[in-house]
Write a new protein. Structure first.
Length: 195
């Protein structure tokens, strides 16, 4: 039996994203974003409030970094989502993060975040009536801590331990159990020609 839950964008897993930016004085900021996704082959999209410091920084520099929160930093990731960079200037230090400049865009990387996308802004959309600021960024580089790579140099989900936000208001480590082989398993259902 199915039940209607109304107009809720329940796509799960929903990654806990961390957006890094610099302000006008070059001070790093990091915030947690609940709404974001892969937008295309080399693009990501995030949706923020218009008044966030991060939104102001993105409008200013047209660049940001995007990381997934991991099990190891979930308390700090939650903290930078609760506290505004407008009010707490040392929130990066309070969270225990250590920043360094990204190589390919004017935005900070954080050593504690093992997978980071360096993004330049392609498009921005702002709707003041809905307090909606949407940004599409082109991924110009993905930098990773080698500790999360497998023997083939590919990100290993079991080592990354990325965290997802669930509709029940809790964080969960994303499952790292292999359950299939992409672009292979479905071939069993493809009918052979001439049969």
């Amino acid at each position: 039996m199915r039940k209607d839950l109304g107009e809720k964008p329940l796509i799960y897993p929903q990654p806990v994203l961390l957006v890094g930016t610099y302000d006008a004085d070059g001070v790093p900021n990091l915030m947690t974003a609940a709404w974001g996704c892969v937008w295309g082959f080399k693009e990501v999209e995030i949706n923020l409030s218009i008044d966030h410091k991060t939104s102001q920084n993105i409008r200013l520099h047209k660049a940001f970094t995007l990381s997934m929160a991991t099990q190891d930093v979930i308390t700090a990731a939650d903290y930078v989502g609760l506290v505004s960079g407008k009010k707490v200037v040392d929130k990066i230090e309070q969270a225990g993060f250590h920043d360094e400049p990204a190589v390919h865009v004017y935005a900070p990387l954080f050593r504690e975040l093992p997978l980071t996308l360096e993004c330049k802004v392609l498009t921005m959309y702002q709707n003041e009536k809905k307090d909606d600021f949407r940004v599409v960024g082109e991924v110009v580089n993905a930098s990773v801590d080698e500790a999360i790579l497998d023997e083939n140099g590919v990100v290993d989900p079991a080592k990354l331990k990325a965290v997802s936000y669930a509709p029940d208001g809790h964080y969960y480590v994303l499952c790292a159990e292999k359950v299939g082989h992409a672009f292979q398993d479905g071939k069993a259902l493809i009918k052979k020609q001439g049969s």
